[in-house]
Design a protein around this ligand. Structure first.
Ligand code: GLU
Length: 373
């Protein structure tokens, strides 16, 4: 079953825990593992799947390089370690992936980038553009400017947010545990492994127990939190032990793991998310031609807009109405209200001249639109 489901996924986010990448004893890169894993990425890419890697390890590498041995570091020490270690980590990834002819792009995100709609829209556009170029994005949290405590395990949540942002259909958390157990298997040898979670109930949450404080893993609590985000966004999630070589092939071969089933399709979930924050006064009126195009699933171009009402910022949800005030769709708009008024009714090629900068050709992309909402 694993194999078919993995193959069917169009867009996969893989989250790599520090323990996979960094040798515990020496602090060195686990090169053999990384080489084998890179060949797996190449194989997934060859199958036409869009791949994103969310990798931890910056702090683990950095603390080793800076000789920071204490188990508790001050925030600024962690931030310094992350700044040093991120380069080393990205370099290790690049070296490994280029051997397989893959191109890599580094993106450092903060959780706010994924939560705020305007930034979300930017990051999503960048990521989908990278997929179009066949590039593999390598993502980590922007630890050096994080304003709150950097928590190990945050990358579980970050990976889930990224999966939501790019409408991935599969998120794989590769860490040092092979899935969810009905109680903590470290404390209870009789703990039972759960292979599938259909619905994320309170009982399932309770199985995660308390967060652990060790440094290579966020424990189960953050993984369940990641599952909540992922399945709500229509993305299936797997928790799997990735420490042994070639974890993806192992998974495909039926290795034990836990599947969390999505609550909806990514498309439906995204549309629900788009429609969830709407200012009713923010309206874009369109002509009959644009109205017909929208209903056929096309993006909205500035040329088809006859009027813009209300105040809104880029990334806000606005209503799209026809000349009879009938609402045709809701969508996230790619321009602020003032800019939208300037380019309304004009050709996309004129945008740069009218605004003094070249923004998006479309006013509302069809992926950011819910028709008939
Ligand atoms: N962003 C941290 C790092 O790269 C790791 C956070 C995590 O493991 O969840 O060192």
């Amino acid at each position: 079953m694993n194999g078919e489901r993995l193959q069917a996924a169009r867009r996969i986010v893989l989250k790599i825990g520090s323990a996979l990448l960094v040798d515990d004893a020496t602090g060195a890169v686990r090169r053999k593992w990384l080489r084998a894993f890179s060949s797996e990425i190449a194989y997934l890419r060859q199958r036409g799947q869009d791949i994103t890697i969310v990798s931890s390890g910056a702090i683990a590498f950095g603390r080793q390089e800076l000789g920071l041995t204490s188990s508790t570091l001050a925030l600024e020490e962690k931030q310094a370690a992350a700044a040093v270690g991120q380069i080393r980590m990205a370099h290790a990834w690049q070296e490994a992936l280029t051997t397989h002819g893959l191109r890599l792009a580094q993106i450092l995100l903060s959780l706010a980038d994924t939560e705020e709609r305007r930034r979300h829209l930017n990051a999503r556009e960048t990521l989908t553009t990278l997929y179009r170029f066949g590039v593999v994005p390598l993502i980590n949290e922007n630890d050096t400017v994080a304003t709150e405590e950097i928590r190990f395990g945050d990358n579980d949540r970050l990976a889930a947010r990224v999966a939501q942002m790019v409408s991935a259909d599969l998120l794989i958390l590769l860490s040092d545990i092979d899935g969810l157990y009905d109680k903590d298997p470290v404390l209870h040898p009789d703990a039972r492994h759960i292979s599938q979670v259909e619905v994320l109930t309170d009982d399932v949450r309770a199985m995660a127990g308390k967060p652990r404080r060790d440094y290579s893993s966020g424990g189960m609590v953050t993984k369940i939190e990641a599952a909540r985000i992922a399945v709500g966004a229509g993305c299936a999630m797997i928790i799997s032990d990735g420490r042994a070589e070639s974890p993806v092939r192992r998974l495909e071969g039926g290795e034990r793991c836990t599947w969390f089933e999505p609550a909806a399709s990514p498309r439906t979930a995204r549309k629900r998310w788009i429609a969830s924050a709407l200012d009713r006064d923010a309206v874009v009126m369109v002509d009959a031609g644009a109205a017909r195009a929208l209903l056929r699933g096309k993006s909205l171009l500035p040329a088809g807009v006859t009027a813009v009402r209300g105040q809104f910022k880029r990334g806000d949800a606005v209503r799209i109405c026809d000349s009879g005030e009938t609402q045709l769709a809701i969508g996230l708009i790619a321009y602020d209200a003032d800019a939208a008024r300037v380019i309304a009714g004009r050709q996309s090629q004129e945008i740069a001249k009218l605004l003094g900068y070249k923004g998006r050709d479309v006013l509302i992309h069809r992926d950011d639109m819910v028709v008939g909402a």
